[in-house]
Every structure is written in structure tokens, then in C-alpha cells.
Design a protein around this ligand. Sequence first.
Ligand SMILES: Nc1ncnc2c1ncn2[C@@H]1O[C@H](COP(=O)(O)OP(=O)(O)OP(=O)(O)O)[C@@H](O)[C@H]1O
Ligand code: SF4
Ligand SMILES: [Mg+2]
Length: 376
Amino acid sequence: MSDKLTLPKPQGPVDGARETLLSVEGLTKHFPIYGGFPIKRKVGAVQAVDGVDLSVGVGESVGLVGESGCGKSTTGRLITRLLEPTAGKITYAGQDITHASRRQLAPVRSEIQMIFQDPYSSLNPRQTVGTIIKSPMEVNGIKPAGGVEKRVRELLELVGLNPEHYNRFPHEFSGGQRQRIGVARALALNPKLIVADEPVSALDVSIQAQVVNLLQKVQEEMGIAFLFIAHDLAIVRHFSQRLAVMYLGKVVEVGDRDSIYNRPRHPYTHALLSAVPEVALDDATEDRERIRLSGDVPSPIHPPSGCRFRTRCWKAQDKCATEEPPLVQLSGNPAGHLTACHFPEEPTTEARAEDVVMDPALKALEDAPTMSPAKD
Ligand SMILES: Nc1ncnc2c1ncn2[C@@H]1O[C@H](COP(=O)(O)OP(=O)(O)OP(=O)(O)O)[C@@H](O)[C@H]1O
Ligand code: SF4
Ligand SMILES: [Mg+2]
């Protein structure tokens, strides 16, 4: 690889319409476990991410969903190269960045930004908001027209904050406002891709709607691609054009949002859809049979053989223990809708719409998807 990466136009279609901005193939991260005394040696590995294939098109929003511990954050950190992959390949804008050095990564770093889950710990409490937002520009030697301070004030306004709050400290803001600061910081370098790792899960539901709306505005109006990580299908449904469902280090189903929601073929996806918050349950829905996932996610140190979901799957058969199901397009599903299951669910379009009961605030999001500049 040459010393510095150049960034040609992204190559190749993702879904026939969009050009691919990011693609990962066989992405793997095994965290070694050391033990023994007096000489420590490797005794095992946490298979946090194990052969993930994923792509994000230019300006596209892809949701990455799954239960706690399934490897979502690790995937995001591998893509942003905060972690070094154990195996696999990461291609950004046609360039292999899998093992690029810090120096080689420099031009790419500004184009791929991350928004973190916790708006309380991700902002330096000793820095003013102005310093927090301008530091990525200074580190990357970017001098915006009109000066850095003017740009910071513009960014504050863009994310729905008062530009006069430039000199305030993070503790003077609410959780939702802090996450807006995190969004402004991510936007400071005009990124092409934002990896948003559960950006609203630490916020109240009413505030979640505002921040999701802000991110959607950013995605649509600025054409920024998103990998939106969430454990809640309701949120990514609103935000993402395509969804990837992860279980224990692997993508088990991926496809267009509507196809995944209307025709989930993987039992785990089906179960996740059934588990959407039940706050809005009323008399009409109270008795409806739902799929409830029982038991915990198995340890990623010793994942089950064959299909990793088999220990919780109500459809598991012998084959599921011996053969890992490949991620493939099942008959009847549209191109790009891939499922990894030996005994997939039948398409259940009608049942799905009834099954999914949304939290009222998230339902309001669906009904009014456009951005409101509300300040919390
Ligand atoms: N640095 C690390 N060393 C060892 N194991 C790790 C490390 N980071 C993550 N893990 C393990 O890898 C697995 C995946 O973790 P990850 O944080 O990616 O999950 P997640 O899907 O983001 O979960 P959550 O929804 O709780 O944020 C977990 O079992 C976790 O304990
Ligand atoms: S492969 Fe078997 S265990 Fe895995 S999801 Fe499909 S039916 Fe269930
Ligand atoms: Mg996480």
C-alpha cells in the first residue's frame, strides 16, 4: 500500500442504484483471553465479530441491530479503525483501509466520523463547547472560510443549539443537547460517513425523537451516509433504508427496510420485531401472541456450533447444530435481502404490521418524519 491514501470516486453499485462508499468482507475481531500463572498465555478468545459482510452506499443509511453484546460497537470501531481487525477487509471509497497506518489513514479519518452512545462521557467536561467542536478542525488543519469560530457557530445553529452557547461547558446542557454537540463535532469535518453507535439510547424517549430527526435531516440534506447502530428496531426502521440484523458476532439477515419489516425470514429478526416496546399495548393487542426470546445470548467465547442462534431458536433441528447456514437470498425475497437460516420463516406481511406495537413517541416519529428544530 502506498504511503498515503488518495480518495477517488467511490466505485461500484451497492444495490444497483447507489455507489458503494464502504464495504466490509469477512470482518473479524477476536479479543484474546490470557490466563495461567506464572507465565501468561493465550487461553481463548472473545469472538466479538466473526465474519461480517456489510456495505453502505453513498448517502445511504444502514441500520445495524441486535441485542447487547452481539458485536455492534466492535463492528463500528473496526470500521472507524479505532480497533485493528483480526481478519477480513474494509474498503472505503475504493481503498483498502483494513490495516492502513495512522499516516495512511489521515485523509480518510476526516471523512469517517463516529457519534458515541453516551453524551455524558464522550464530551470532555473541561473543554467549552466551542473547543470541543473546533478541535477536529484544528487537528486536521482545516481552515474554514470565515474562520473556525464562525464555522462552529454555524454548526451549533445547524444542530438546533444557540450559537451564543459557544463558551459553555458540557455540564450546562441536557443529555439531548449534549448529543447535539456530539453531532456538531462529527459534522465539523464534512464527513461522508458517520458511524452512530446507539446515539439516542441514553436519552429519554421524547428527546430520542428530536435527535433522530436531527440525524435524519443531516443524512438527507447533507447526503451523509450512516451506519446507525441500535438495539431497537423501531428506531432504525424510521431512520434507515437498509437493515442488518446481528446475532453473536454475525449478520443473520440484511435487506431493504420494508422487506425486512414486512417479510422477516430469520427467526431472530422475527423475534426482534415482536419485542418492539409494548408501551402502546391496548385491549385489542394485549392478548396477541408474541414471540419472546428466552434465555441469554450465549458466550462469544464458546459460541454454539452451526447456527449460533440455535440455542434460543424454536425452529432448530439437528442440521442447525452441524452446519452453519450461509447468508443467502431465499426464493421469494427481493435482491439484496439475504438470510442465514436452514429453516426460515414464511413471509408474513399481514401479520407483521399488526405485530409491531410501537412506543407512542417513536410512533409519532413515524407519523412526522421531518425535522423539527425543537430545542430540549
Ligand atoms: N476490548 C475488549 N476486550 C474483550 N472483549 C471485548 C472487548 N470489547 C468488547 N468485547 C466483547 O465483545 C462482545 C461484543 O461487544 P460489543 O461492545 O461490540 O457489543 P454490542 O453489540 O455493542 O453491545 P451493547 O448493545 O451492549 O453495546 C461482548 O461480549 C464484549 O464483552
Ligand atoms: S438455522 Fe436453525 S437454529 Fe438457526 S435460525 Fe434457522 S432454524 Fe433456527
Ligand atoms: Mg455497543
